[in-house]
Design a protein around this ligand. Structure first.
Ligand code: ISL
Ligand code: CA
Length: 552
């Protein structure tokens, strides 16, 4: 991987919730352009934009009906060209979301495909005959609830959709389809974008024969990824994609690879098919009886175990704790009450100082929190609604179901960016498409910019330290004590240089014994003022303290 990619700090922008410039309540491309100064100041140098293409927005744009046209609620192709050009003037790269496991059912390809078994697009999607009794080919459920198969009378067949029924899965075994995708990718590369974040890419190679999947997490259907994740031809297709498109440009490639273990993950990296992947193991540390939406909190030791496992087994990680599909990190892994600022800073240190590419999701840099949705009607995400319906149907009280959905709904991270304390948090002068978090008067960018000890300033400092200390980029990463009840400790090492990072997840003041071999230490950064090291072997960590030392 070349230098600019290794040095990248990525900031994910959920466009519709970032900044609205024409007061229709929806964030837009001009809104991103307007905030380039802000992003440059923060220090990030790669922006990943969630999908802004033509779409009926059933899944907020992850259902694309035309890959080469911009959804006019976000702006125009000219706006995108302006964004690319201006970002490059700021030395900021632009990464687009590539959603090619599926399209929208409104895409021209699908509209044609569903008409008959013998037109140009018939084989662009995954069609299978019904079982003899007319039922779906297998018991697979979709990721969002319900069956993963939908019947179409015109063809007397079912099509597969791993996500919503309005998101039919593409058939990558079809060569013409693959060509169309490569052409579309070249179109964007020619426009000057700097990379792709590849949505659900571990699912693109489907089996010839589908078999029933095990039913897990008290669901009604079989696991949606069963027999599908990392299918037989995945490496063949990604190699072809490299040959046809990626190798011709200087592009960063970030594969979103649900249900991928370290062994499978290494294959993508070692053969240079992808620069990095998003794995999900650490996103499962608080799954329970009902999977993701269970009423369960994470154990720090599970999180640490997972970080250790991936740091040991993958040469380069994508380090993230949150994104547009996950709750807010300070609410999930930190403490969004008394220690919101302290824990947000500690989590930032954990993310930015590990080996790999750090990802910051919009709002993390000011410690935005989960939302307390009072009613299911306030939630926009289809997954939230499907889950709520399911939980109440299986006998969970509506109150409890709302609680469970609240804890994990993707809408937690999709409420508008909180820019200031004015009406609608400065996001829009219109009616926002989703409600604003009530706490915007207390948690907002303007406030953080004025306060020298803010979360934002801490992110800024961490990013700048990462830039000026090569060891934080190229050094290896070793976790130290894997049995401590509250602390994640790791070292970064490069040619004899060493940095020690200590992250406490306790809300109490706790004792920490500095490993004997690290006596000569100089404080690099801490989220408390009092963190000087005076050569003692024993030190005390404040609640959610994060500290890093240079050793030697
Ligand atoms: O968030 C999840 C489950 O609740 C994940 O399993 C998620 O479905 C998976 O990460 C795929 O996500 C991506 O593709 C989806 C889209 O809805 C997500 O927003 C996107 O990040 C379908 O395109
Ligand atoms: Ca707008």
């Amino acid at each position: 991987m070349n230098d600019w990619k290794k040095k990248g700090v990525v900031y994910e922008i959920y466009v519709q919730s970032f900044n609205d410039t024409n007061d229709d309540g929806i964030g837009d491309i001009q809104g991103v352009i307007q905030k380039l100064d802000y992003l440059k100041e923060l220090g990030v140098n790669i922006l990943w934009l969630t999908p802004i293409f033509e779409s009926p927005l059933v899944d907020n744009g992850y259902d694309i009906s035309n890959y080469q046209s911009i959804n006019n609620i976000y702006g125009t192709m000219e706006d995108v060209e302006e964004l690319i050009k201006k970002s490059h003037d700021y030395n900021i790269k632009i990464v687009m979301d590539l959603v090619v496991n599926h399209t929208s059912d409104q895409h021209k390809w699908f509209q044609e495909s569903k008409k008959s078994k013998d037109n140009k697009y018939s084989e662009y999607y995954i069609w299978r005959d019904p079982r003899p009794d007319g039922s779906a080919p297998t018991n697979h459920g979709s990721a969002f609830g319900g069956s993963a198969w939908e019947y179409v009378p015109e063809r007397d067949q079912y099509y597969l959709h791993l996500f919503a029924k309005e998101q039919p899965d593409l058939n990558w075994d079809n060569k013409e389809l693959r060509n169309e995708i490569y052409n579309m990718m070249s179109f964007w590369a020619e426009k000057g974008i700097d990379g792709f974040r590849m949505d659900s890419i571990s699912f693109i190679s489907k089996p010839q024969k589908f078999t029933n999947a095990p039913v897990v997490d008290n669901k009604e259907y079989g696991a949606y990824y069963y027999g599908i994740a990392n299918g037989n031809n995945i490496h063949r297709y990604l190699k072809e994609m490299n040959e046809r498109v990626l190798s011709k440009y200087d592009l960063i490639t970030i594969g979103e690879t649900p249900h991928t273990n370290t062994e499978e993950g290494s294959k993508f990296l070692d053969s240079n098919e992808l620069d990095m992947i998003f794995q999900f193991e650490h996103m499962h540390v608080d799954y329970g009886k009902y999977g993701r939406y269970s009423d369960v909190s994470f154990k720090m030791s599970d999180l640490r175990e997972s970080i250790n496992h991936w740091q040991e087994n993958l040469t380069w990680n994508s380090n993230y704790l949150g994104n547009h599909d996950q709750p807010r990190i300070v609410s999930r892994f930190g403490n969004d009450k008394k220690y919101r600022e302290k824990s947000a800073k500690m989590l930032a240190m954990l993310t930015l100082f590990q080996r790999g590419t750090p990802f910051i999701y919009q709002g993390e840099e000011i410690g935005m929190t989960n939302v307390d949705f009072q009613s299911i009607d306030d939630m926009k995400d289809l997954e939230a609604h499907n889950t709520y319906d399911f939980l109440t149907r299986v006998g969970i009280s509506s109150e409890k179901a709302l609680d469970m959905v609240n804890r994990k709904t993707r809408d937690n991270s999709r409420t508008p960016m909180q820019w200031n304390a004015s009406k609608n948090a400065g996001f829009t002068d219109g009616q926002p498409w989703i409600r604003i978090n009530n706490n915007y008067k207390n948690i907002n960018v303007e406030k953080d910019l004025l306060n020298k000890d803010s979360i934002y300033k801490f992110y800024q400092e961490l990013i700048s330290l990462r830039k000026s200390n090569d060891i934080l980029i190229n050094g290896d990463c070793k976790l130290l004590d894997l049995t401590d009840s509250d602390i994640i400790t790791f070292t970064r090492n490069n040619n004899g240089e060493k940095i020690l990072v200590i992250c406490s997840f306790s809300d109490k003041r706790i004792k920490f014994d500095i490993p004997k071999e690290y006596k000569a230490m100089k404080l690099l950064i801490s989220n408390y003022d009092s963190a000087d090291f005076e050569g003692d072997v024993t030190t005390y960590l404040e609640p959610y303290e994060g500290r890093a030392y240079i050793i030697g």
